[in-house]
Design a protein around this ligand. Structure first.
Ligand SMILES: Nc1nc2c(ncn2[C@@H]2O[C@H](COP(=O)(O)OP(=O)(O)OP(=O)(O)O)[C@@H](O)[C@H]2O)c(=O)[nH]1
Ligand SMILES: [Mg+2]
Length: 581
């Protein structure tokens, strides 16, 4: 599931890096945040099921200048977090181990993954994928043994750069301390975030900081309203921190020293529910996240249908202009020349054999194995026509793609397919030509087989065989065949040669006429099937359907239906939800 979420996240990142409407972009970046949270939460599950020590994690989160770092210091009773009046001062998650050895937190590196751990020294300027980890030398009365996290804000201008660090710390937290000041508690960003983490069910404490005397009850009830607008669960405990003018730092109220120790007790049962919480979180957002993937599947299906239609059209042309065309269909005539060869006509047979003999090794072998077939393919009307059909088909597809761009909401998708097709058209056409030639050469085996079938049938009719050997028509046709075999004429000349036409009629009207028809029809069928399968499906269709994957920059998600189905199966899997039990 982690891999799937990462793939999905990558897809959203691809989309966001390309042009698109503002409203779509804002939707997508919202989903991207949710996916970052989901990924981090799944990573937390993996950390929880590891062998590493798993100390309690408490995160202080909130908008900029709410006093997060100050509250961290108050809770630790030590000045360990950097405090400053500059907005966006803290830019990395900063974990401070309280009553723990740093070693106890070594497993966190796996959780943070590509984030680098910094102990002490400052990170490279502008680098945000880091986190600090340090140990507190003090024993604070406010805290249980835990890692207390100071986090960057999520609302300042620069927050977009270090947002992922905040999200990762949020997902890791067993307990959340929401720090808000009287100026910031109503900000939309605060409540968007609290809404986003609701499904994680972390026990929460709100610290309302920089309070002025006398405003407590008003702010408290307003805070409560805000909470109820976005969350279904009970309104958490609130610590009121009055603005401390002289000291410049909050003062934890007396009598509330043990509040975090009590809240921390509620965290453990949640860890046991981790797998179920993960599942519920994914289920909650699944439909929204997958919407663009499903749309992309629809676009792929449209493209597939477009390609199939074009191929169907191409095959129709092939049938009409070649297989069923009286002046173009040359294959059966060629089978007859092979038959003439087998008949070993007196006189002619000698010449045919002689032609072969005068060509000495290796030329003879070449001519026999490849050369003859190549000559036949090069002069074939069929190969030329197939190339023409493929060219036409590619132009037609490009035209249709052009029609799609401009009208459709998914303009960008169609545009990238179109430009990929344009850039690959020449190579597609060239490869098709090579494949068509190869097909033609290979198919001669079938043609020779058809000739052999006819010859065997003739052998069952010795009278007819002999008379055929003796007729003028046969001799004339054999001369044509000879011309073809020695390269004097081309394959397409066969269809217009009168001698070949006479031979065809002679056979058609003979006692084996219907058999000849049958052999011709079945050869034609095999030819159609082979062209369809080898050239149109295995070659053209396969290459065309790969185009969306080859578009650069990537069209979008590239998540297959099978990958999606597999992920959905996992999502529904009850055992997944019970992994930790
Ligand atoms: N006088 C006074 N100043 C406070 C109090 N709480 C915080 N501040 C000041 O508010 C400013 C911001 O405090 P920080 O703790 O750095 O706030 P933050 O939320 O960590 O801010 P970023 O890291 O920038 O997001 C600092 O100048 C603090 O001294 C308080 O109770 N009284
Ligand atoms: Mg700070």
């Amino acid at each position: 599931m982690l891999e799937f979420i990462q793939k999905l996240k990558q897809g959203y990142q691809n989309c966001l890096s390309q042009s698109g409407s503002d409203s779509q972009k804002s939707h997508y970046s919202h989903y991207l945040d949710q996916l970052l949270l989901a990924e981090a939460f799944i990573r937390k599950g993996i950390w929880l099921s590891s062998q590493d020590p798993k100390p309690l994690q408490i995160a202080v989160v909130g908008p900029t200048q709410a006093g997060k770092s100050s509250i961290v210091n108050v809770l630790l009773e030590a000045e360990l977090a950097g405090v400053s009046p500059l907005a966006g001062y803290t830019v990395h998650p900063h974990g401070i181990c309280h009553r723990l050895e740093l070693n106890d937190c070594a497993g966190l590196q796996n959780y943070f993954g590509r984030f680098e751990q910094l102990s002490g020294g400052q990170p490279v300027a502008g680098r945000y994928d880091c986190y600090h980890l340090a140990a507190s030398p003090h024993y604070s009365r406010y805290l249980p043994p835990c890692v207390l996290w100071d986090t960057p804000d999520f609302d300042s201008i620069d927050a977009v750069n270090y947002r992922e660090g905040v999200i990762r710390t949020l997902a890791l937290a067993d307990v959340i301390i929401l720090a808000v000041s009287k100026e910031k508690y109503a900000d939309q960003s605060v409540w968007d975030m609290m809404k986003a983490v609701e499904a994680l069910q972390q026990p929460t404490l709100i610290c309302l900081n920089k309070l002025a005397e006398g405003t407590e009850s008003l702010l408290l009830s307003s805070l409560q309203d805000k909470w109820r607008q976005v969350r279904q669960d009970a309104f958490p405990e609130v610590i009121l921190l009055h603005y401390q003018k002289p000291t410049g730092r909050p003062l934890w109220p007396e009598g509330q020293e043990r509040i975090l120790l009590q809240i921390a007790d509620k965290a453990e049962p949640n860890r046991k529910k981790q797998a179920r919480l993960e599942q519920a979180f994914l289920q909650q957002h699944w439909q929204n996240w997958l919407q663009p993937v499903l749309t992309e599947h629809q676009l792929l299906a449209d493209w597939q249908a477009m390609v199939e239609q074009a191929l169907e059209q191409g095959l129709k042309h092939y049938r009409r202009d070649f297989l069923d065309h009286p002046y173009h269909y040359e294959t059966f005539q060629y089978a007859l020349t092979e038959l003439l060869n087998l008949l070993e006509l007196p006189g002619i047979a000698g010449i045919l054999a002689g032609t072969r003999r005068v060509l000495t090794w290796p030329f003879r072998q070449l001519m026999k194995l490849g050369g003859k077939r190549r000559h036949i393919a090069d002069t074939s009307h069929e190969v030329a026509l197939l190339n023409q059909i493929a060219g036409h088909l590619l132009i037609q597809l490009a035209d249709k793609l052009l029609d799609k761009t401009g009208h459709d909401d998914y303009n960008r998708w169609w545009q990238s397919i179109n430009s990929t097709l344009r850039s690959q058209r020449a190579s597609l056409q060239q490869d098709f030509a090579a494949a068509a030639n190869q097909y033609h050469q290979d198919f001669q085996y079938e043609v020779e087989q058809a000739a052999r079938q006819l010859y065997q049938k003739l052998q069952e009719q010795p009278l007819m065989l002999n008379s055929l050997r003796a007729t003028r028509v046969t001799a004339d046709a054999a001369a044509i065949a000879l011309a073809l075999h020695t390269g004097g004429i081309g394959l397409h000349d066969l269809v217009i040669a009168p001698a070949m036409l006479s031979l065809t009629s002679l056979l058609a009207e003979s006692a084996i006429g219907s058999y000849v028809h049958k052999v011709e029809a079945s050869l034609k069928q095999r030819q159609f099937d082979t062209v369809q399968q080898q050239l149109f499906i295995a070659h053209l269709q396969a290459r065309l359907l790969q185009l969306p994957e080859q578009t650069l920059p990537p069209a979008a998600f590239n998540i297959s239906k099978a990958q999606l189905d597999a992920a959905e199966l996992k999502l529904k899997d009850k055992r997944h939800g019970l992994r930790l039990f």
